[in-house]
Design a protein around this ligand. Sequence first.
Ligand code: CA
Length: 239
Amino acid sequence: MEQIEKKSILLVEDEEKLARFVELELTHEGYNVEKSGNGREALELALQNHYDLILLDIMLPGLNGLEVLRRLLKEKEVPVILLTARDAVMDKVSGLDAGAVDYITKPFAIEELLARIRVALKFHAGLPAGKNESAGGNEEGVIRWKDLTLDDRRHEVRYAGHEINLTNREFLMLKTLLENRDIVLSRDTLLNKVCGYDYAGETNVVDVYIRYLRSKIDDVFDIKMIRTVRGVGYVIKSE
Ligand code: CA
């Protein structure tokens, strides 16, 4: 099955035959592959471009793979799998200490490499993505809370697969609460978000929208998603 969005891999390996073989296999598996056979060049590539994963040989011309790893991870977070020689135990240890997610010993079976790549990509995608607003989800614009998913791009909310029909303002209210999990939002804050700063009405419209949301989600699925903090506002807790 073809992947919707191709993952990109930087392959850093100076043994050309091996590099070409791995590149071919990865491309066949549906990855976008870029190659480099030089440590210094690889570091520059990795710093300038986005890669979902880096396969990094250790013995490299230009700059040693471990040094590439150290300098790279100081600047950005990216999963790195080291390609190591059979007896290079210290390299493996140093590599993992320096932040590599895994290593594979040469010569390796391509199936094993592919499996390790899948694990590394999956594991990395599951980590909180730092600046990603929708912390907790790896798809862009999708926020998850327990069995609930809010897809901003599709303007869609689902609970355990069931679609929930929300009006624009209910949707915005829910999104605001989900994006600010564990933060109690005042009625004023919610009102500004949902109705805009020039809204002249009463802040109790917020209570009305909260009531609608509860009747469409909390009541239907018998959960307590939106909590009232008396005298302050509302919050969705992440626990
Ligand atoms: Ca090498």
